[in-house]
Design a protein around this ligand. Structure first.
Ligand code: GLA
Length: 388
């Protein structure tokens, strides 16, 4: 985690010399359950020890926000009452979450904010959810007497993506960032919103991310397209079965999917096929974890990669290459993590293979793409909180 003093010194320097309160929220990993959240399925994320830290303070104005992005050295001022909002994409997260918190009854007024992050951008580790939940936590504290509950803050973050950033994401990232707990993964049922903390200490194994450094960008992207395909399949199944209630792919069976195969076309069919399989895999991983069967967990991770690559088509050459190296090195499990189109693979590696795997991956990737992948050892950390 970053130092508070680092953020504080910038906050003091860029505004009026006064200090505010400091908040932090993490990025996330996800062991399994990809693209299932907006399909009413299960996900299995955990927060990481990297994220966003922000210092914030009410500035006494009605609606002027003065914002400084420390890492980008970029300052943007805007008005909450301006219907267009700021242009800079990072500032839109602040504008969006402020308006969403207002909708929840928080009387947000003008404020100053400076923030920095150590969660890599565009690596599929949810730097954007970390921003949303960090700013939500701050606004809730400064203007809202902390009356907004954790779920509503997570949902406000998701609504920010939908309404101001152009990404029709599910709830996994914001959920993980708000609710994270050190040492625990969380199994969330995205339909009922019930969840369970799962202490995760795989004896003899570790989790490591390999970042392809191919920037993933979800806004205006094929991400929304994937979601539309899933919704289209549900619509067709519902039309065939007016007696039933089909809200998401969670409600659909393999037989029902097969019935609409010809009408929806091969592309949508394959995408829905991936989602149905992934839904079952999350539950299978839970069973395997309960039995301490990490080899089974790993096998399921490889299946997810295969599905994300061939059926859901959210992989890229570099990620498939990293996955192949993992396989060749005998790594227990490996797959694309997060939305896809770049970013990281998540790897479940036996301790005795770790060094060899990392060295081989660096060398082979470098030979092919002219740079090494970045390596992040996963430490599962806490969710959104006030630091001081
Ligand atoms: C992104 C979205 C999430 C989820 C994942 C894929 O991270 O923000 O809601 O859909 O992709 O599992």
């Amino acid at each position: 985690m970053m130092e508070i003093d680092f953020v504080r010194s910038r906050f003091i320097k860029h505004f009026d010399g006064k200090t505010g309160n400091v908040y932090a929220s993490p990025g996330r990993i996800n062991l399994i359950g990809e693209h299932t959240d907006y399909n009413g399925g299960f996900v299995f994320p955990g927060a990481v020890d990297k994220g966003i830290m922000a210092e914030m303070r009410a500035n006494g104005t009605e609606d002027t926000v003065m914002a400084y992005a420390i890492d980008l050295k970029d300052r943007v001022d805007f008005h909450l009452n301006d219907p267009a909002g700021p242009r800079a994409s990072w500032a839109r997260y602040i504008y969006g979450i402020a308006l969403e918190m207002k909708k929840l009854g928080v009387p947000v007024k003008g404020f100053n904010i400076a923030f920095a992050g150590d969660v890599p951008l565009g690596a599929g580790m949810s730097s954007s959810a970390a921003m949303e939940s960090c700013f939500a936590c701050g606004l809730n504290d400064i203007f809202g007497d902390n009356k907004v509950c954790q779920w509503d803050m997570a949902l406000a973050g998701q609504a920010t993506e939908h309404n101001y950033c152009g990404v029709n994401c599910g709830i996994m990232d914001q959920f993980a960032s708000v609710f994270g707990k050190a040492g625990c993964l969380m199994r969330l049922d995205c339909r009922s919103r019930e969840f369970e903390y799962f202490p995760f200490k795989p004896d003899g194994y570790r989790l490591v991310l390999l970042d392809s450094v191919v920037k993933h960008q979800l806004a205006g992207s094929p991400y929304n397209d994937r979601r539309n395909s899933c919704e289209n399949v549900v619509k067709h199944i519902q039309a065939k079965h007016p007696e039933g209630k089909f809200e998401t792919l969670r409600d659909c069976t393999w037989e029902q999917l097969d019935e609409v195969r010809a009408e929806v076309g091969e592309e949508d069919y394959k995408r829905a096929r991936f989602v149905l399989g992934e839904k079952d895999r999350v539950l299978a991983v839970c069973d395997a974890l309960n039995e301490g069967d990490y080899e089974k967990v790993g096998e399921l991770m490889y299946q997810t990669h295969e599905g994300l690559s061939k059926d859901y088509e959210v992989s890229c050459e570099e990620l498939d290459f990293l996955n192949d190296i993992a396989k060749e090195c005998g790594v227990t499990g490996s797959r694309i993590m997060g939305g896809g189109f770049g970013g990281c693979t998540i790897n479940l590696v036996r301790n005795d293979l770790y060094r060899q795997f990392i060295a081989t991956a660096k060398q082979k990737f470098n030979e092919k793409y002219g740079h090494e992948p970045k390596v992040y050892d996963v430490v599962i950390g806490d969710g959104s909180r006030k630091l001081c």
